[in-house]
Write a protein that binds this ligand. Structure first.
Ligand code: FES
Length: 186
């Protein structure tokens, strides 16, 4: 992955409009009215900003935890874009979800420094442990798994983020300890 691509992935994850996963679940508006209100609010407050599409998508996902398919026509109309253009941006950035996330989201770093320190092996271990691949959610709705391209903790590779907490020097054993504790808390 080139530096620019890695930077874009990092920048989009760290976008200033992002909030924490805990805030997502606190405002878990799953009903239609709630979804429509979140989308309307995001459009109204951000549509006049330069490059408004990404801030609006971040705001919707921060509020709802994902970007519902039925929000795409409203966003496209507000920004004078086609539905295909909005959908194209959502699908280009893996950070954006089109389905509700699990209660907790695990982000595994796949960038160069972590790969050099064994993140691929850790990644396989985590996938086996959860029984899911990237961009999937466990059947019980408890965990989602996402890749990330640098968490800014390269000196402590391999790194992992669970919700809004970042962990460095994560071995398989350390992951199991962290995950066991998380599972026990549910
Ligand atoms: S490469 Fe993984 S934290 Fe930077």
């Amino acid at each position: 992955m080139c530096f620019l691509h890695a930077y874009l992935k990092y920048a989009i994850l760290r976008h200033p409009y992002s909030e924490t996963k805990e805030q997502h679940s606190e405002t878990n508006m799953t009903d239609l009215n709630g979804r429509q209100e979140a989308v309307r609010n995001a459009i109204a407050s951000l549509k006049d900003k330069p490059g408004a599409l990404l801030p609006i998508l971040h705001s919707v996902q921060d509020t709802l935890g994902y970007i519902p398919a039925d929000s795409i026509p409203d966003i496209a109309r507000a920004l004078n874009l086609s539905r295909a253009e909005v959908h194209g941006v959502i699908s280009f950035y893996h950070y954006f979800r089109d389905t509700p996330p699990g209660k907790h989201t695990l982000h595994v770093c796949r960038a160069e420094s972590c790969q050099a320190m064994g993140s691929k092996q850790l990644e396989s271990h985590i996938k086996n442990r959860l029984g899911i691949d990237y961009h999937e959610t466990t059947a019980d709705g408890k965990f989602s798994l996402e890749p990330v391209y640098c968490l800014g903790l390269c000196a402590r590779s391999p790194s992992l983020q669970i919700d809004d907490t970042v962990y460095g020097r994560v071995t398989e054993e350390r992951f199991d300890a962290i995950f066991n504790e998380l599972e026990a808390s549910l």
